[in-house]
Write a protein of this length. Structure first.
Length: 80
């Protein structure tokens, strides 16, 4: 992935307070902030948002290989 492609993806995921990565690799990825009633719903919403962002950025429509949800509490615990 070229720098410009990942910058486009970063711009596209910004509305979900997202970050993008993949410069110099054969794939691209992003982390998104999604609010949902359950972890499963958060993952479903995130996959939809990610696909929308990738399309907006003009990236290839590849299947999502991995997705997980992490609550704010879990993230804080990891930092301690």
């Amino acid at each position: 992935m070229e720098r410009e492609e990942i910058v486009e993806l970063a711009d596209a995921v910004a509305r979900w307070e997202g970050i993008a990565s993949g410069i110099g690799s054969m794939s691209y990825s992003a982390q998104l902030m999604i609010e949902a009633p359950s972890p499963d719903e958060a993952v479903d919403k995130a996959i939809e948002a990610f696909a929308e962002a990738a399309e907006q950025a003009g990236l290839p429509s590849w299947p999502v290989a991995w997705a997980e949800s992490v609550s704010e509490e879990e993230e804080l615990e990891e930092l301690q």
